[in-house]
Write a protein that binds this ligand. Structure first.
Ligand code: NAD
Ligand code: WQD
Length: 351
């Protein structure tokens, strides 16, 4: 049984990945400050497993802690050592992720994302744990009109959030160059959406969501009046922005593939896109959501949003060839599963 530390495991992508890790037989130690999540997500993960008579509460350890405090991280490694559990690797989700907030409060973003990661890497070195899967983002790329983005493409973030991700990638690359024992996968996610098919776990953003998908589900359930579509004059087939929406379970599966690949191969650093390779426009997304779920999603057109691009879609051939991973769920699955989560949990994880 392998032991894995998951930072930010109570969050949207983290909770879905924890479910898959437990299903796959890992023992996991989650560290989360709950600054953008609730411990309930992981209670629900255990409930999903119990439905299949899989009582794994002894395999999931949840520790409230902040990566900004190095002692919080060290406590977990010490605890594992005391129990004679060797930490095989870390999946590092913990981070702040709002583009808008990062512009308003850049220092918090640099401190949380970069200092938090440096603390984590220092403790990993100390405890001789040199395998890490890191949540990077497609936001590091300089977008290219209508071409798929490949890992070798030029990177030029346009906001502090994106720069923190690119900086962490750079730190990881320097570590890899300095010490040939590191196994590193930097996974550049495109637009993670949807929810687990049970409807028990999903995305629960605090405050008003900025991303399109949680807004679509909230408009559909009547919590928001309409979607404001940012731009009707983009150089795309219907004038609205095109993105690569990836089901969160496909994304979670990508982490398991990356972790298993790293464990079985020589030390190295991988940088890999996790996307579907298929673009969907905002108008198409809304229409597919309406048709799949037989609901109405009113919208109106507005000015383009600053910093937006027409087309952001992954070339995912590297993930397919190296990790033997491919997305299995389509945009209808995304619409159906995310709607089930919204219907069953109109207030997210709060009562
Ligand atoms: P999320 O906010 O739901 O999850 C992040 C988790 O990290 C939360 O549970 C939060 O409480 C925790 N956290 C944040 N800072 C922490 C700290 N200093 N110490 C301990 N815990 C901390 O976000 P998510 O959508 O699950 O994203 C996970 C990761 O993936 C993030 O690093 C994000 O930047 C990255 N990412 C997300 C997207 C996306 O669109 N969701 C796209 C690309 C990359
Ligand atoms: C998608 C499309 C908008 C909201 C962001 C981050 C990126 C990554 C994923 C973390 C675009 C349009 C949106 C609205 C709209 N996160 N839209 N009305 O901007 O592709 O990516 O989340 O790493 O870093 O930048 O996602 O969901 O905000 O937008 O018309 O109210 O929906 O213009 O075309 P984006 P999004």
């Amino acid at each position: 049984m392998s032991t894995i530390i998951v930072t930010g495991g109570a969050g949207f992508i983290g909770s879905h990945t924890c479910l898959l890790l437990l299903e796959r037989g890992y023992e996991i130690f989650v560290i989360d400050s709950f600054c953008n999540s609730s411990a309930k997500s992981l209670e629900k993960v255990l409930m999903i497993l119990l439905r299949f008579n899989n009582d794994l509460k002894d395999k999931l350890h949840l520790i409230k802690g902040d990566l900004k405090n190095i002692s919080d991280i060290e406590k977990i490694f010490k605890n594992c050592l005391k129990q004679f559990k060797k930490v095989e690797g870390v999946i590092h989700f913990a981070g702040l992720k709002s583009v808008f907030d990062s512009v308003m409060d850049p220092l918090s973003y640099w401190e949380n994302n970069v200092i938090g990661t440096i603390n984590l890497l220092k403790v990993m070195e100390k405890y001789d744990c040199r395998t890490i899967v890191f949540s990077s983002s497609a936001t590091v790329y300089k977008a290219k009109s209508d071409k798929l983005l490949t890992e070798g493409d030029f990177c030029e973030p346009v906001n502090p959030y994106g720069f923190t991700k690119l900086t962490i990638e750079r730190i990881l690359s320097d570590l890899n160059k300095n010490n040939d024992q590191w196994r590193i996968a930097s996974l550049r996610y495109f637009n993670p959406v949807g929810a687990h098919e049970s409807g028990l776990i999903g995305e629960d953003p605090t405050g008003k969501p900025n991303n399109i998908y949680p807004q679509i589900t909230r408009v559909a359930i009547g919590k928001l009046p309409e979607i404001k579509i940012f731009g009707s004059d983009w150089p795309t087939h219907d004038g609205t922005g095109i993105r690569d929406y990836i089901h969160v379970i496909d994304l979670a599966e990508g982490h398991l593939c990356a972790l298993e690949y790293l464990s079985n191969q020589k030390p190295q650093m991988l940088t890999i896109n996790l996307g579907t390779g298929k673009g969907t426009s905002v108008l198409e997304f809304i229409k597919i959501f309406e048709n799949t779920n037989k609901v109405k999603v009113p919208f109106s057109f507005h000015e383009r949003r600053q910093g937006d691009n027409a087309f952001v879609v992954a070339d995912n051939s590297l993930a397919k060839s190296i990790l033997d991973w491919k997305p299995k769920r389509n945009i209808e699955d995304i619409c159906r599963d995310g709607w089930k989560w919204q219907l069953q949990n109109p207030n997210g994880y709060s009562e």
